[in-house]
Each structure stands twice: as structure tokens, then as C-alpha cells.
Design a protein around this ligand. Structure first.
Ligand code: NAD
Length: 249
């Protein structure tokens, strides 16, 4: 029997890389799709998978990625950027357009082409990386928050549309995870530092900040048969960060 296939966008780094590793351990042939070729290629080689250079803002790249995979059992649409922190009245519209293009339009394109190849086989699991910033205010740049709320909205709408084809669509919502994304925010200056420190505050649940691997179990679950009755929902892998942040200190 051939191995099931999983695509991971943003798979070269952070949460995507940890989830690619987990999906490979679960028995998937993993296609690592990213704009970062060197780490993506190294990871894919280690996992016995394949690196496919992919910019999720380019529909032709996603189309080629999905067609290269052939049969796609799992599509993890995880690539994302944080964009710039700052007050609404100083929004840099070019930067905002870029964040929307990667996080929201990119997710839309991934859903479009994942469904295109899953529908004839009448099965598949699509997982989108959303964010607490898409649920509550004050935990990320406003444009980032809007894109993540939009991505979660897409998940619900598309899940309703495709469930008759046997395709499931869910979001995973990581909490504060130490990754190159958050490290870049930490390096961004005092205003960013405060926001990032707050975002990465150690969780009393585990007594340490979240690590990329803390999201992998949720993604593995949503990818596999144990979640066969679950679609159109959000799974929070956030140690309570969004809905049970705990007593004020
Ligand atoms: P990361 O920066 O380590 O990983 C993001 C990956 O996406 C990188 O490999 C990057 O090269 C890739 N990428 C960026 N733009 C791309 C594009 N146009 N096309 C293809 N790939 C692209 O960050 P991370 O923390 O692992 O973030 C992964 C996802 O998790 C993102 O969607 C992020 O918004 C989300 N998230 C992160 C946190 C956190 O605390 N780190 C919390 C909630 C949600």
C-alpha cells in the first residue's frame, strides 16, 4: 500500500517543521512547501519526503504543489507572517496587503487547490493554522488578527461546503509558541518586545513557554482517523491562553 500524503506549507520552520516531523512519524509521505529552500530541503531529506519551493501568495505555485503530490490526504495550510505591530492610524498599507496576501489569500488558495484534488477521491483532511489573535484583541498586530479571524471563517464556510464530499476542514489554534516568528518579534524593539513577552509568557499549565512540538499532537489528531467526525471547528493547542488565561497576577 502506498503511504498517505501530507502537504505542510510553512513547513521549513517552527510549528510547520514540528508538525511535518510528526506527520512523517505518523506514516505520511510529507511534502514540505515553503519559500525557505535550504531548511525546507534539509528537513524533507531527513523525513524521507520532498521539498517543493512554494510561495503561497502565488496560485501557480500552489497548483503545481498539489499536482506534484497527486493524491493529497492531508493539507496543512500553516504558512504565515506576523506583519508589523503598531497603531491603526499608522498602518502601512503595503505591509498590510502583504500580510493579507500570505495569511488570508494564501489560505484561500490552499483550500481551493486542496479541495480540487481531494474531491474526486471523496476524502481528505485540511488543517489551517489560525491564532488566538483571530479570537481576542490585543495579542498581535491588528492586520494579523484580521487575517487569522478570516482564515477561521474560511474554514467554517468551506467545511460546510465540502462535507458532502467527505472532506474535513478544521483550524488549529496555537498559543504562545517560541519560534523564529516570535523571535523576530522579540528582536523588533521595545514596543514589540513587550507584546512578544506577553505573548510568550510561560504557561502555568506546563510551566514553560509553548514549543512548536506542542502543536503537533493536535495536528496529528486532526489529520488522522480519530477525528473522522470532526469538521468546521477550531482546536486550541494553547494551554488555555485564549479561553482560560487564568487569574491575573
Ligand atoms: P515561523 O516563522 O517559524 O514559520 C512560518 C513559515 O512560513 C516559515 O518557514 C516561512 O518561511 C513560511 N512562509 C512565510 N511566508 C510564506 C509564503 N509566502 N509562502 C510559503 N511559506 C511562507 O513561524 P511559526 O511560529 O512556526 O508560525 C507558523 C504558523 O503559526 C503561522 O501561520 C503563524 O501565524 C501561526 N501561529 C504562530 C504562533 C506563535 O506563537 N508562534 C501562534 C499562533 C499562530
Amino acid at each position: 500500500m502506498t503511504e498517505p500524503v501530507a502537504i505542510v506549507t510553512g513547513g521549513a520552520s517552527g510549528i510547520g517543521a514540528a508538525c511535518a516531523e510528526r506527520l512523517a512519524a505518523d506514516g505520511f509521505r510529507v511534502l514540505v512547501a515553503d519559500v525557505q529552500a535550504e531548511p525546507g530541503r534539509a528537513l524533507a531529506r531527513r523525513l524521507g519526503g520532498e521539498f517543493v519551493p512554494t510561495d503561497v501568495t502565488r496560485e501557480a505555485d500552489i497548483e503545481a504543489l498539489v499536482d506534484r503530490a497527486g493524491a493529497v490526504d492531508v493539507f496543512f495550510a500553516n504558512a504565515g507572517i506576523f506583519g508589523a505591530l503598531g497603531p491603526i492610524e499608522q498602518t502601512d498599507t503595503a505591509e498590510a496587503d502583504r500580510t493579507i496576501a500570505v495569511n488570508l489569500r494564501g489560505t484561500l488558495l490552499c483550500l481551493k487547490h486542496a479541495v480540487r484534488v481531494m474531491r474526486p477521491r471523496r476524502r481528505g483532511s485540511i488543517i489551517v493554522t489560525a491564532s488566538p489573535g483571530g479570537v481576542v484583541g490585543g495579542v498581535g498586530p491588528h492586520v494579523y488578527s484580521a487575517t487569522k479571524a478570516g482564515a477561521a471563517g474560511l474554514v467554517r464556510a468551506v467545511a460546510a461546503e465540502v462535507r458532502e464530499y467527505g472532506i474535513r476542514v478544521n483550524s488549529v489554534v496555537p498559543g504562545a509558541i517560541v519560534s523564529p516568528m516570535t523571535a523576530a518579534v522579540l528582536a523588533g524593539g521595545p514596543a514589540d518586545l513587550a507584546a512578544a513577552t506577553q505573548a510568550m509568557a510561560p504557561s502555568p499549565l506546563v510551566g514553560r513557554p509553548g514549543a512548536p512540538g506542542d502543536v503537533a499532537g493536535a495536528v496529528s489528531f486532526l489529520a488522522g482517523a480519530d477525528s473522522a467526525f470532526i469538521t468546521g471547528t477550531e482546536l486550541f493547542a494553547d494551554a488555555g491562553y485564549t479561553h482560560a488565561p487564568g487569574p491575573a497576577s
